[in-house]
Design a protein around this ligand. Sequence first.
Ligand SMILES: Nc1ncnc2c1ncn2[C@@H]1O[C@H](COP(=O)(O)OP(=O)(O)OP(=O)(O)O)[C@@H](O)[C@H]1O
Ligand SMILES: [Mg+2]
Length: 248
Amino acid sequence: MTPLLTVTGASKRYGAVEALRDVDITVDAGEVVALAGDNGAGKSTLIKAISGVAPADEATIAFEGREVHIRSPHDASDLGIAVVYQDLALCDNLDVVANLYLGTEAREGGLRFMDEIAMEGKASELLHSLSVRLPSVRAEVGTLSGGQRQSVAISRALLGEPKLVVLDEPTAALGVSQTAQVLELVKRLRSRGLGVLIVSHNLADVFEVADRIVVLRLGRNAGEFPGDPARHADVVGAITGATVAVAG
Ligand SMILES: Nc1ncnc2c1ncn2[C@@H]1O[C@H](COP(=O)(O)OP(=O)(O)OP(=O)(O)O)[C@@H](O)[C@H]1O
Ligand SMILES: [Mg+2]
């Protein structure tokens, strides 16, 4: 099977710092890949290269088997790559419907012409299909829990009908039950056939959702593992530099 996303030989320098050196990663459709690694390992740098926020100095990227050039976030979203950033970029003083449709005027597809009632209907339908439970789609986002907010942000990314969803630390600020809620949502993205690339520091979360774990260390590939909790020690070893392994 051709992977949904293939990145080969990604390198990026910030002055004297080699943030990425010859990094490879693939994500299949219907697969959750976790990107793990210590602080400064290059995770965000790789995500920024894939999302077009800060292209790599060198990288060959193929999407659905075709070589592509991602030079801007617009290029990424045109391909069907949606990114949910850690800071979420939600507006607390607007309700859920308004937040879901924030920025859609910049998108193709005629959503900008939808009226309020149609938007509310489509918002409810989307959230329902993802089993996201909220007090009301008319609730101000500022009144929601962290997990609910993260769910709104992820749902918003789905309005553009992406094929790959990239999540940067989606559970970092969340409590136990909120984290579970967001991880359930990630699993639903997978069951819809989307590819998911998730950055996380939390290995419990990683083993909960990931089909495959790609470890970076000091800007390089440091191992790849199946998302099997029995491999926990191996993953820790790769993150800290005690071992280098290949998925088995
Ligand atoms: N804009 C930048 N300018 C200079 N150096 C940078 C910049 N962005 C990242 N770096 C450096 O590149 C390296 C990789 O950083 P990156 O943010 O990708 O790590 P990370 O794995 O996301 O870490 P964390 O887990 O702390 O978020 C680090 O040494 C960092 O200091
Ligand atoms: Mg980072």
